[in-house]
Design a binder for this molecule. Structure first.
Ligand SMILES: Cc1ncc(COP(=O)(O)O)c(C=O)c1O
Length: 271
């Protein structure tokens, strides 16, 4: 449900006729409904909390909005006010999230192209976690952390080899996608990181695709994550946090309805 509707043939955003906006600022113009953003965020957060899910400090689970989806500062500020975090893939996105009022401890930094300078910025800013996409990147993060004299909180992005997403080009969790490390690599690297004084492995992350319209691939991927957590814990390694993605699909024209947030939350709680 969203707050754009036709009333007597005229399109409104909430109670504002879009014609009025066009007359005031000209076209083309992008118009976002803060009431819609608030509603969607609240529905998802309520579903996750009601299913008993918590963050690793015992608070409500963190919903980290992918800044790449829309980095408009007013959109980010609306979500920040609601308590959202930010899922970022560059220093620029981290800076936008901060400028919009997202606190550093709610920002996660993913992405396969992190530069040393960006890692340094993330560490200096004190963001919540850097998601490690590869072994060389883990070494680079350790090196930068040592140079700063500040250990890096990291999560390993696991590629669970489960394909999902509305299109091959937005599938991120298959083995031949460029993202993340395999389950076996993650186990080896997690143990290595745990004994590195400049790395603090806090957990695992996965993102298997965008526009996901079925729960089954997510459940398959999250079960593999669970098995890995069990293996790591059996080795005496602490795993505090799971950062799970991608997001539920958006039903654009003629696209399947995504699963209800409550069903999604119940599946995660079950796994
Ligand atoms: C780490 C990460 N976060 C977020 C996204 C955005 O997708 P979604 O909003 O569907 O989760 C992607 C897409 O590739 C991603 O790799």
């Amino acid at each position: 449900m969203n707050h754009f509707e036709l009333r007597d043939g005229e399109m409104f955003c909430e109670d504002v006729p879009l014609l009025k906006v066009a007359e005031a600022v000209g076209t083309p113009v992008y118009v976002y409904s803060s009431a819609t953003l608030e509603r969607h965020f609240t529905v998802l957060q309520t579903a996750l909390s009601d299913a008993g899910l918590r963050d690793d400090a015992g608070g409500p689970p963190l919903i980290a909005y992918a800044v790449k989806a829309n980095s408009n500062l007013a959109v980010l500020a609306t979500l920040a006010r609601l308590g959202a975090g930010a899922d970022t893939v560059s220093e620029g996105e981290i800076r936008r999230a901060l400028a919009a009022g997202v606190p550093p401890e709610r920002i996660v930094f993913s992405g396969v192209g992190k530069q040393a300078g960006e890692i340094r910025f993330a560490l200096e800013t004190g963001i919540s976690e850097i998601n490690v996409e590869s072994e060389p990147e883990m070494r680079l993060i350790a090196q930068v952390a040592q140079g700063l004299g500040r250990p890096a909180r990291i999560a390993f992005r696991v590629n669970p080899d489960v394909a999902a997403g509305g299109h091959a080009k937005i599938t991120t969790g298959a083995a031949d996608n460029k993202f993340g490390v395999s389950l076996s690599e993650a186990e080896r690297l997690y143990a290595e990181a745990a004994s590195d004084p400049w790395l603090y492995p806090i957990g695992l992350t996965c993102h298997i695709g965008s526009q996901i319209s079925r729960l089954e691939p997510m459940e398959a991927a999250f079960l593999r994550m669970r098995e890995l957590v069990e293996r790591l814990r059996a080795r005496g390694l602490a795993v505090h946090r799971l950062d799970l993605g991608g997001g539920l699909g958006v039903p654009y024209f003629n696209q399947p309805e995504p699963p209800a947030p409550a069903a999604y939350a119940a599946m995660i709680a079950r796994v």
